[in-house]
Write a protein that binds this ligand. Structure first.
Ligand code: 3PG
Length: 212
């Protein structure tokens, strides 16, 4: 089954930025997500890099009106299933493997898989994926690299992620093959752990206003 392009594109176009989040304490997830939604960033990616990340996703899914919680750093079928059960509305992976793509076909929750080279992108096109994460964006070659994929691989649109800041985001968002960017700068682990909801909301508001 090919990727549901319309559904993943709805997530990618909800705002110019998808915050990438590392949440240790699920109790922080609700006020964090509320601050992000207030600031204008409804689609949020909670990475499965902490022991209680699934609880954080569930807390947001159950309690935060207007949020579109997703699970990031999903590496295998078991994590995919657990994220869907927790209430994730989209799934993000830094790359793609045949096993992960097979797993995605079992669930009614769309996958945004990662790619960094033409061959990786072409392999995903073969599997029916036209909306991808470009990771790690800055380290793999940045906006000029991604721009060079836009002519030969014009049907593919990306969410670049990795090393992107408020200052760097516009150079990606102005590309014809970019729908949004991802980044941790809006709500890094320290801001979340210290409960800096006002700061997170302010950075979200700034990010939501970025023009390409
Ligand atoms: C990640 O997977 O950590 C994301 O790509 C976020 O990267 P960043 O912390 O460089 O924004």
């Amino acid at each position: 089954m090919p990727q549901d392009t319309a559904r993943i594109e709805a997530v990618m176009t909800a705002a110019p930025v998808i915050p990438v989040l590392i949440v240790e304490d699920p109790a922080a997830a609700v006020p964090m997500a509320q601050a992000l939604v207030r600031g204008g960033l409804p689609a949020i990616e909670i990475t499965l890099r902490t022991p209680r990340a699934l609880e954080a996703i569930k807390a947001v899914a159950d309690n935060v009106e207007g949020a579109i919680p997703g699970a990031g750093t999903v590496l295998d079928a078991a994590q995919y299933e657990a994220a869907v059960k927790a209430g994730a509305k989209f799934i993000v992976s830094p790359g793609a493997t045949p096993k992960l793509l097979d797993a995605a076909e079992n669930f009614d929750v769309p996958l945004l898989p990662g790619a960094a080279t033409s061959s990786e992108v072409m392999a995903l096109i073969e599997r029916g994926y036209l909306r991808l994460k470009f990771f790690p964006a800055e380290q793999a070659g940045g906006a000029s690299y991604l721009k060079s994929l836009s002519s030969p691989l014009a049907q593919v649109k990306f969410c670049p992620t990795g090393g992107i800041t408020l200052e760097k985001a516009p150079s990606y968002l102005s590309l014809p093959n970019v729908l949004c960017v991802g980044g941790s700068w809006i709500a890094d682990a320290k801001a979340i752990a210290s409960g800096d909801w006002a700061g997170i909301e302010a950075r979200a508001r700034e990010a939501a206003a970025i023009k390409g």
